[in-house]
Design a protein around this ligand. Sequence first.
Ligand code: HEC
Ligand code: HEC
Length: 327
Amino acid sequence: MVLKRAAALAATVTLLGAVTAATQTPPAAAPDGAPAWAYLVKPPGYKLPPDDGAPRHVPGSAASYKVSQLRDPYLAPDWHPQEHPAMPSVVGRGRRPDVMACGFCHRATGTGGPENANIAGLPRAYIVRQLQEYRSGARTSAVKDRLPTDLMMATAKALTDAEIEAAADYFSALKPTSHIRVVESARPPKLVQAGWLMAVAPGKATEPLGRRIVEVPEDLEQFEARDPHARFIAYVPPGSLARGEQLVKTWGDLAMACATCHGEDLKGMDDTPPIIGRSPTYMVRQLHDFRTKARHGEMADQMEPVVANLTVDDMIALSAYLASREP
Ligand code: HEC
Ligand code: HEC
């Protein structure tokens, strides 16, 4: 277990890796039918770029961090301390050896990235429930051995109730913000995989998008510095936005309409989460996880009839449209 954990930790830091991997387009579907582009796993042979020792900076911040600090899973880089209340220790530092800092993966203000989840401003009771369900195993992933999710589950299993409460207090009090621009395009720029993330390849080449969503950071260095201000472009197939809006308004009967449970403005209701302005690849993973019952917690069954007959193309359209709305 200890060995497994050390290997996992070593691999996590490659989440920060730059575009050094061989160019590759992920297959449209994994053998189990999951949309592989939504559940990116690290390409074989992928290596972290060497640390050049130079301090890193991001726009609008006087702070500076060494690359070794940015790769430390027990540290949430705090680029903009004026933008949030004091981080509880579980968010800012974690607890060695089993609890990595929430803010290392989700960023100091919870904005996250396509490889995990934006958790800023989620309802407090919803956050508590998700952490308990990761801990109990009721929330898993349809694609096994996807390291970011495995580490989320491992972290949750080690959390105390007090840490869950402190993290939920902190993240639920933050303002939800969107960092995604949704662009319909049949031919986006040529893409490469950078660890658990896609990025735009250098040069002017393009490639066919096909039936997938590809989310890339606007500035890879800012992303790697774990700046919560980092922004993303989501390339989606042409027609997705109109089709997604239509689906949101017309899917199923009233009992299945997104607004019935997620609120008229889709900004969440009681302990049901908001679904607008969130990472569209994260959203596709969740819809697929509900359908395969990989996510089968206490309230996940409410989503079962909703997703039962959704095709992957429906999921793409819904997630693209929802991501395009301001939270
Ligand atoms: C190793 C990186 C990592 C760490 C550390 C981590 N998470 Fe996560 N977290 C993830 C990933 C990845 C997901 C999304 C999994 C997926 O795509 O299904 C996630 C999902 C979540 C969700 C579900 C969001 C939703 O909308 O349902 C919550 C809540 C959450 N994390 C809270 C936390 C808290 C609180 C901590 C600290 C105690 C933490 N996480 C630590 C990677 C991490
Ligand atoms: C009958 C009520 C209900 C309806 C209708 C419904 N949802 Fe949900 N949805 C929920 C609940 C409850 C959850 C939280 C489940 C949990 O706690 O695991 C959820 C969670 C989600 C999530 C995961 C969010 C996250 O942060 O991980 C997505 C995505 C989602 N719903 C999308 C939709 C879409 C799109 C529609 C319309 C096509 C829809 N839902 C309709 C009740 C509903």
